[in-house]
Design a protein around this ligand. Sequence first.
Ligand code: NOJ
Length: 655
Amino acid sequence: MSFFGDLFKKSKTDAIYEVKSPNSRVVLTFMLDRGQISYYVKKDDKVIVRQSRLGIALKDAAPLADGFGIVRAYSRMVDDTWKAYWGEQHVIRNNYNETAIYLEETERPARLLTLRFRVYDDGVAFRYEIPAQPEMKNMVVSDELTEFAVDANSRSWSIPAYQPDRYEYEYIEHPVHALTDSVHTPLTIATPTGYYISIHEAALYNYGAMTLKLNNGNLKSDITPLSDGMRAYVELPFSTPWRTIIIGHDALDLTTSRMILNLNDAPREDFSWVEPTKFMGIWWAMYVGEWTWAPGERHGATTEHAMQYIDACKNLGIPALLVEGWNDGWEGDWLENGANNKFCEATPDFDMKIVTDYGRANGVELVGHHETVGFIDNYEAQMEDAFKFYQKYGIRYIKTGYAGSKMVINGRREFHHSQLGVLHYQKTVELAAKYHIMLDIHEPIKGTGIERTYPNLMTREGARGQEYEGGAIQPSHACFLPYTRLLAGGMDYTPGILDVTNFAKRMSTTITRQLAYYLTIYSPMQMAADRPQIYENMAPDLFEFIRDVPVKWERTIPLLGEVGKSFVLARQAWESSDWYIGGITNEEARRVDLYIDFLEPQVNYVAKIYRDSEDAHYRDHQLGHVVEERIVRNGDHVEMYMAPGGGFAIKLHKQ
Ligand code: NOJ
């Protein structure tokens, strides 16, 4: 008997193996039952996942699912600590027990399969490893058989998979037994026994993304298919992404897990050149209809506008500027004509040299833009030249985009989250790293923690963002994100739209909630998304917060909240004694009593508070707000009011 795993082996084809978390409270049991493989998970002796099937189905070959005998099992304990280049937490502990079970079919062709399990105090992970072997050189995966047999009466919050707008949907609550159509991960679930779990995956490379769907009453992996219906074509040796289950006692626990990052490898090269940033953009003016992406009378991306915006960035203290619509290809219906995009050619009214020289002279960097519209063949043909082009002008950041319901890859229409889509995104990240370029990916593949290995992958969209405002976002939406989408990593939600009452694009938020987003939605490339004249004229008192709020954090402490209802957290600035507290609520007003127990004791902090006024409301009094200062000490209670659709932000600085 070992202290972290026990093997009860009856025969070669019948064995039970327990893998325990470092604190022994989470136990994953692997079962080999007459050659068939399965697992179940318990926490504190309560069943979290009932016995669930494992296996991979193959085209033109028997599935890798039964007929196995155990060859050997190998266990180890890992307790490491690593430092992030940026993030919500600077120093991260990676502590788990691992068991690898080596299996071999008992009959010819005697194929080999390894199952690797890692059990953490906050959840479990496992993956299939298919070694190089004489009888199998490659595999065509027709289905993955992995099940997650959670209680079907659990509640769950999800977005649908295989939809035209990719991941950009509002979250819906369903009982698990109603998940008959595929949903994306992370899938958040509350069990009737009082646990919150998140099913997701880590280190997604060269494989279709996992979606989940009911099959015979159990949740089962549904790997995104390619256009021929297959899920993946791989050469051996091959390891699947990690299948992950984070387990918490409440929804806030899920937000503190670093398991997804921990399951990814440390960077293989030096990334000390990466640098989180904040940027404005020739962007929202297009959304409110003042400017256009396409050339013409109201073209946004002109040399003149870019220089004006650079002046504004300099005056406002924002270090970078995104320019969308500077390149050839936006004429006409750009969503239809995406195959014409040229990534190294500017429109006649935009001069990249003048603009970047002017930016450099004024201490403002450009954020480049590549809208591929999902025409991958067109993009990949130009990609390296396009990165070189930006590098020549000293551009270190690119926002990429993949609008369009499917991608065009090798002349065929493929899902963004299929194996071919995953391969494309990966190629982009690696090529960007080669040119020391950092990425903000819109319409991305979902996050699976690969930014630990490639820290130049700064942020992603990958959920319904603020551009859907003006009708298609409910105040509850941003209260779902921390417990769902954000468990997959940072998000570019494009916060900071202070022109909340704009008739063309009315926000479903109060004005102070726009500040709270900088705290509740993490992104190391964070946008100040509104137009400069708004920051200069409309709300300079609020803009100072947007300017000063950090983009990386020493540590993060969730304070209170419930899925879809509210979220309040505290963050300590990176290598600093400053703290920030932010909160948001759904359609309902909320008064929260925050107990402050994380500040340095016996020290006065000046708290600058940006909050909703008592009469503020996201529908008819969005601008109602109060900015005030008070002294806060460790051990104090701070009461905060959040109006319907509102929120607050506080900066705490030692007096
Ligand atoms: C969709 C992106 O999310 C948005 O930010 C961008 O402006 C448009 N595509 C055009 O590229």
